[in-house]
Structures are given as structure tokens and as C-alpha cells.
Write a protein of this length. Structure first.
Length: 132
């Protein structure tokens, strides 16, 4: 992490795909929500370290040499999704969930980004025409 996370009040994590512009899911948490979940589930990570821990988990899960990691993404028709990273122990006989994140599909953000991109392309096109 290259930011000072101890000054932030909330986190918004976006899960997107380069291949599919409609794949745009969001996870949001603030200190109060996080503390409630942390107490209920016995997390040992505090709110300020949450982004760093997420990055470490995502890095490990995306490592192709790690064969004991299982990544599951399950989308529902209502626009919610569950993203799970699990560690397989004893040749898969036992599974421990390392991360279980609930996400919401964000169609409005996709549309906003699309509009911004179209405006950017239009501005670039106009700038190129004026240079000719």
C-alpha cells in the first residue's frame, strides 16, 4: 500500500475485468461495519491494516505456482456476489476460508465510466482535428 490507511474512514474495493466491461463489482466497508464483523468473526486484523492484508491475499491467490489456493466467485441474479479465497490443506481434505467477501454489482459506475471515456475520446478527437 502506498497510502496512509490510518487516515481513511472507509474502503471501497472494486473487482473488475479487462475482458468484460460489465464485470464491475464493489465491496464497501467503514470502520463501524468492519469492527462489527471483526468482533463477530474473531478477525485479528484491524481496520487500518485491512487494505494491506487484502493485497497480500490477492497476490498469493493470483500466484500460478500456488496449487493449494482455491478462488471462487459466485454471482447471483439480484446483483450480489460472493468472492472467496480458500486454502486447501492435506491435499484438499480440509479447506479453510482465508477471505470471504460480499460484493454488489455496480451498473451505474460502469455507465459513468463509459460516459467519461466517451467524453475523453471526443475531446482527444477534437484536439487532433484542431492540430491539423
Amino acid at each position: 500500500c502506498h497510502w496512509r490507511s490510518n487516515t481513511l474512514e472507509s474502503y471501497r474495493i472494486l473487482l473488475t475485468s479487462k475482458e468484460d466491461s460489465l464485470f464491475h463489482f464493489r465491496h464497501y466497508t467503514n470502520k463501524e461495519m468492519f469492527d462489527g464483523i471483526r468482533q463477530r468473526h474473531g478477525f485479528q486484523v484491524d481496520f487500518d491494516r485491512y487494505p494491506r492484508v487484502l493485497l497480500d491475499v490477492f497476490d498469493e491467490a493470483s500466484n500460478p505456482s500456488k496449487t493449494d489456493i482455491e478462488v471462487t466467485f459466485a454471482a447471483r441474479r439480484d446483483g450480489t456476489a460472493q468472492f472467496t479465497i480458500s486454502k486447501l490443506l492435506y491435499n484438499g481434505a480440509k479447506t479453510i476460508n482465508v477471505l470471504n467477501m460480499f460484493l454488489q454489482w455496480r451498473q451505474n459506475e460502469i455507465l459513468d465510466n463509459t460516459v467519461e471515456l466517451h467524453l475523453l475520446y471526443l475531446l482527444l478527437d477534437l484536439r487532433q482535428r484542431s492540430l491539423r
